[in-house]
Design a binder for this molecule. Structure first.
Ligand SMILES: Cc1cc2nc3c(=O)[nH]c(=O)nc-3n(C[C@H](O)[C@H](O)[C@H](O)COP(=O)(O)O)c2cc1C
Ligand code: SF4
Ligand code: SF4
Length: 263
């Protein structure tokens, strides 16, 4: 593991490893990428140049689990000492998906098979990697947690989804979400989705009001009657209020064109 972490930053090593004598002539070789680097495309390109048959990503993310307040050490500790080590499992999935997206949309890498991993626990998790461009998916932490049996759940869930949606081959799904991921600058900034408050569900707890107030928009008012009102002129459509509402009393309205600012 330590060697793998180091080699992720020394690009020429990829070619050396891939061309090493005795690697076996017939087995496909996937070059595994570390996420502990800013730009994963660089080692992936080096591995591609070096003859890798595919790219596997991601490895674990360097981390410290936390500091215990009684001992001032980070678990797991060895005689009170700990070290930076690798984070894996459910929490790293969004980071893994972002790296897979970076690889899948790189013009030189397009076409090289991607094997995705990082937090796959359910068939839906696995399918997300496939939709971004992975032709297969790997699972480590979840198997350690729940045993190999979960693989049956993953495959049967995926098969049921495909049958229900009318897909006959997995390759129809590989990269199917790719065109929906664009650069932030290309997103439509001329329209907005205002939140709609369902007064029948609202508990009057005020969490949406506090979040909107302290997040800097002040688009909600909340009086002594504990009824929330929206000031659409101040609303930025960030949907923080939807996320914090404990009972799902706020839902998104229709996307509408933003009002033109008055001259
Ligand atoms: C206990 C443990 C040991 C691991 N050992 C290796 C290893 O020896 N080589 C390697 O390339 N990746 C290793 N990994 C990383 C996994 O293969 C995988 O890339 C990473 O954990 C993300 O996937 P996951 O969230 O499904 O675990 C290890 C992961 C864990 C949790
Ligand atoms: S969408 Fe954002 S800005 Fe608009 S009311 Fe909700 S939290 Fe405030
Ligand atoms: S967070 Fe939800 S329940 Fe609480 S006041 Fe806002 S809309 Fe009502």
């Amino acid at each position: 593991m330590a060697w793998g972490r180091t080699s992720g930053k020394i690009l020429s090593w990829y070619e050396d490893i891939l061309n090493a004598p005795g690697k076996g002539p017939s087995l496909p070789i996937l070059a595994k990428m570390t996420p502990n680097i800013g730009n994963m495309e660089l080692p992936a390109l080096a591995a591609n140049e070096g003859g890798a048959d595919g790219i596997a990503a991601i490895n674990t993310i360097k981390s410290l689990t936390g500091i215990q307040l009684q001992t001032f050490s980070a678990p797991p500790s060895v005689h009170g000492k700990s070290a930076v080590s690798g984070y894996s499992g459910k929490a790293i999935k969004p980071i893994a998906l972002r790296f897979i997206n970076d690889l899948a949309c790189h013009p030189t890498l397009s076409g090289i098979p991607l094997s995705g991993m990082g937090g796959v626990e359910t068939w839906q998790d696995g399918l997300e990697f496939i939709l971004l461009g992975c032709s297969n998916v790997q699972v480590t932490t979840s198997v350690m947690q729940y045993g190999y049996r979960i693989i049956e759940d993953l495959t049967s869930g995926l098969q049921a989804f495909m049958a229900e949606q009318g897909f006959s081959h997995l390759f129809e799904l590989v990269g199917a979400a790719r065109s929906n991921i664009i650069h932030a600058d290309e997103l439509d900034r001329q329209s907005i989705v205002y939140p709609i408050i369902d007064r029948n569900l609202c508990l009057g707890c005020g969490r949406c009001y506090v979040s909107c107030l302290d997040a800097g928009h002040q688009a909600l008012s909340f009086g002594k009657d504990r009824v929330v009102h929206l000031n659409a002129k101040k609303c930025k459509g960030c949907h923080l209020c939807l996320l914090v509402c404990p009972v799902g009393a706020i839902h998104p309205g229709k996307r509408v064109t933003k009002p033109m600012p008055k001259e």
